[in-house]
Design a binder for this molecule. Structure first.
Ligand code: TYD
Ligand code: MG
Length: 471
């Protein structure tokens, strides 16, 4: 029998220590290290090369065995997966509890069960829930209009049972494990949800998926507390990592690809949560701008790119004199470090005093922006809020701001401008073209282009003057 040894594992980052400590040295979290029994299962003994089989090397130019991709027909989902599911691939879907992971996977399996696989047979989907009873899943399916979908449903948590079931008979095409934190392997003593269990269960299921050639979805909750292990330990084992994000106060949900061995990352799919489940949002810009009121100060439309798609969103800013103490900085939907940088540049390079002001920044619609290209739009919204002069309602803005206040070029300007023209905008505030690069022509985009080289130029637009720096 395998000798069991004790080890101490951080439940936040998965780092292993020989003894207990209050703080994890790797991730800096407190009270996340717990003792686990570690059988040799997760640490195979070194074999020293004896008794191994010789492996065959091949050239790079072979044709892959299958290039077939299973498409669910839910195009927002298929695009994030890189154009459909590849047989034997493993996808991890992370996200806060209650954000809609089970819902989207039930809808995807429901849709997949109506299409055919590579050999022309109807796709067989298996949905194993460790969180909800069969009746609960059935109720949800009825609500989603999927009660008659041919999905094999089970409620189980023991990985040994699951593997035994999936390993007999004809292999399914798609398997959903909801969620990996509720699964347990009886080879380990630790509780379900601990890093050791998540890693061991993930490992066994992934091996089976590769061997039997089915696409495997693993659902993983992300919690800030150390009680449930984050699915981070699985990220390097799986082929694709998707994050389902969104603001509970908004209906929009974004499925974001952060790693994909079979397609582009940073691709996003936009959904809206309705009483009949998640609906695709094929044209997010129109929806994000739907509630915009023209000609109010402190608002600016940013032309961004998310994945391969252009997307227009409204950035709102409010800057007011602070009532004393350290000024408040509240950011929703953007990086607060990036806002601090824009504020510092405005103060140091344009002489606009920001250090005595409370600043609130909001990206309307609940989407989270990741590009630095939003810098210029943020600066414009801030200056507009301070000067009470609105950014023209028919203008879009994009550009990155450097530390000396210069406005820098960003990728794919023409894609952004085309989207703006499509949505009825007629002007754009953009960075100057890169040296040796062809600039975007006004005639190509149908927009009046206003190139801006330095943040100081932006002050004129709002009737503000550069103050001399106070020393
Ligand atoms: P769920 O998929 O259970 O979240 P997760 O699996 O990520 O924990 O989503 C649950 C939330 O979605 C819940 O708050 C209710 C809401 N919801 C709807 O608004 N409409 C629907 O049709 C469904 C099925 C869920
Ligand atoms: Mg769920």
């Amino acid at each position: 029998m395998a000798k069991k040894t004790s080890r101490f594992v951080c439940q936040n980052c998965g780092a292993v220590f020989p003894r207990w400590a209050g703080k994890c040295e790797t991730c800096g979290e407190w009270n996340t290290i717990i003792e686990e029994e570690s059988p040799s299962l997760s640490m195979p003994k070194a074999t020293g090369g004896q008794g191994g089989r010789k492996i065959e090397f091949v050239s790079l130019d072979g044709v892959p065995e299958t290039s077939f991709r299973l498409k669910s027909g839910i195009s927002e989902f298929d695009r994030v997966c890189g154009g459909g599911l590849v047989a034997g691939s493993v996808l991890l879907i992370g996200g806060d509890p209650g954000i809609g992971k089970s819902t989207v996977l039930l809808q995807v399996t429901g849709a997949l069960s109506k299409v055919c696989n590579a050999v022309g047979k109807p796709v067989r989907c298996v949905y194993i829930s460790g969180e909800e009873s069969v009746d609960q899943v059935r109720l949800r399916a009825a609500r989603l209009g999927l009660a008659s979908a041919k999905v094999d449903l089970a409620s189980a948590t023991n990985v040994r049972d699951i593997i035994a079931t999936l390993d007999t008979g004809e292999a399914p095409d798609v398997v959903v494990i909801d969620s990996i934190q509720t699964m347990f392997s009886d080879a380990l003593d630790s509780a379900p949800g601990t890093v050791g269990q998540v890693r061991a269960c993930g490992n066994e299921l992934i091996r089976l998926a590769k061997r039997r050639g089915f696409a495997l979805f693993l659902v993983g909750h992300v919690t800030k507390e150390g009680t449930l292990a984050g699915p981070r330990v699985l990220e390097h084992m799986v082929d694709t990592v998707l994050y389902f994000e969104g603001d509970r106060g908004h209906h929009f949900r974004i499925l974001r690809g952060v790693k994909n061995r079979f397609g582009a990352t940073d691709e996003i799919g936009v959904f809206e949560m309705t009483d009949k489940g998640l609906c695709e949002v094929p044209n997010p810009s129109a929806l994000f701008l739907a509630e915009r009121r023209g000609n109010i100060s402190g608002s600016c439309v940013y032309a961004g790119i998310e994945g391969s798609r252009p997307m227009l969103v409204e950035i709102q800013a409010l800057a007011g004199l602070s009532s004393g103490g350290s000024p408040r900085r509240a950011v929703v939907g953007w990086d607060s470090a990036r806002l601090a940088m824009v504020l510092a540049v405005l103060e140091a390079r344009c002489g606009i005093k920001m250090s005595d002001k409370d600043v609130y920044l909001n990206v309307a619609g609940g989407i989270r922006l990741t590009e630095p290209a939003a810098d210029l739009a943020v600066a414009a919204a801030l200056l507009s809020s301070m000067s009470q002069i609105p950014v023209p309602a028919d203008m879009v803005v994009f550009g990155e701001i450097g530390l000396s206040g210069e406005v820098r070029a960003v990728p794919q300007p023409s894609l952004r401008l085309k989207e703006a023209a499509k949505l009825g905008f007629s002007r754009a505030l953009i960075p100057p073209a890169r040296v040796n690069k062809k600039s975007v022509k006004e005639s190509d985009t149908g927009l009046k282009l206003n190139e801006i080289g330095h943040l100081k130029t932006l002050l004129d637009m709002f009737g503000m003057i550069e103050n001399k720096r106070e020393s």
